[in-house]
Design a protein around this ligand. Sequence first.
Ligand code: NAP
Ligand code: MG
Length: 496
Amino acid sequence: MTTLTNTQVLELKSYINGKWVTADNTVDIINPATQQVIAIAPRMTKNQTEQAITAARTAFDNGEWAKTTAQERAAILHKIANKIEESFEEFVTLETMDNGKVYGEAEGDIQDTIACFRYYAGIILHPDGETYPVPDDVQAMVVKEPVGVAGLIVPWNFPLLMSAWKIAPALAAGNTIVYKPAEITPVTAFKLFEIIDEVGLPEGVANMVLGQGSIIGQTISESNDVDMVSFTGSTEVGRGIMRAAAGNLKKISLELGGKSPNIIFADADFETAVDYGLFGIFVGSGQVCSSGSRILVQDTIYDDYVKRYVERAEKIKVGPGLAKDSHMGAIVSEAQMNSILGYIEKGKEEGATLLTGGHRLTENGLDEGFFLAPTVFADVTQDMTIVREEIFGPVVTIQKFSTEEEAVRLANDTDYGLAGAVFSNDGAKALRVIKQVRAGITWVNDYHPTYVEAPWGGYKQSGIGRSLGKYSLEEFQEVKQINIRLNVAPVGWFPQ
Ligand code: NAP
Ligand code: MG
């Protein structure tokens, strides 16, 4: 594998039909903590994207990959997992430099990536077909088959992990893939494909096309040769993909944005609730789809909670991901930073009280990169932009409620339904409330942990479908019934 040193700039390539390919246009990939150029990536064209789709179509239709045994596909996924593990530190370092997150977060991402490949290598060996007793001397059975050509489109916040969540189940199920990482974070994707190139997949089974969503993502979503699109990203782009997919009614799976409530009752363990309140939003600098960006606190502890929360938020050390003492890393890009700063201005204009943060950090060399202070707003109302829209940055609102009913009403007063949490030491109340939160990913006395076994996805405008677990495998499969007449004879319905 090629390795990156501090001064070296990686030259990335796309991978189409088993070959490395470049493009006439390129784009610089930067470390958002330093603005240092770490790689140069090709911007593939519509035509090259169509070549990748044709390669995947041919590789699927010739049946070589779809007819491999589950054991053979599992062995390949294990090889991929093992090779990522052998280069673990390199992957972690590159993810840190590419995305801006802190090293410890990137370690978790790469560990989860490895676990994801191993999980799908395991689960594909446990098929769960069905047989039915039916009338008429017929043996009925249900079998699962690959969907075909799967387009996989991922965002920049967990570059490799979001890719693994799609690539592992798609390949395990026997699909061929056309995969597009986010343009600004393609480095670990390229590293993964160096591995994929080594593990012996038939030509055209796995294709990676680097470049812009408006060209590559759009071409994949519109193509009549693509059978399914699995997308993770913003609700706005997800809506466009749904429209584009209508052409050939391709299957879609959409993992979209969120504005998730974190409900703190007065009877919660106070320090635990403050701690997870911080963890819920400031990990990943708030650039996490499931972030607990709306903290709802019961009125009797509200003032104490806010005071302690701000005190703790101000102790968070913001800095480069590779510095071992940084608690919170950079914002992924200048554009994302400016978008977050725009929301902060809007919050102030609309009358929210800014308790801490709210600005870019530039001291001690941080002006080299894109860093924001952990930002806390109080005195917010439901109609404010910062309460309604996904900011996707280190900005939290803390709201007051008095009754259980009010907590549930505020929690659900959102277009989104991705995640949510409840903190309380009253077990029955915690369960009663979390069951009423209209969201797909929830926690009690906890925030953020994600397990590969469990379904990941949202209600309402947070998406369609579920990633991870058996659910993701099923998304990448078609379901077929086969009816076999055991007594071969004419039906005799029409006259002889
Ligand atoms: P985004 O702008 O929607 O981009 C996501 C991906 O879609 C990128 O690869 C992007 O390409 C591509 N894309 C852009 N325009 C497209 C088009 N017209 N057709 C097809 N693909 C297109 O989202 P983002 O800003 O990268 O990521 C942040 C969003 O992702 C947030 O809303 C967050 O909540 C969501 N997210 C959700 C989950 C979840 O599991 N629910 C997980 C992570 C993130 P470019 O490279 O050109 O941008
Ligand atoms: Mg984007």
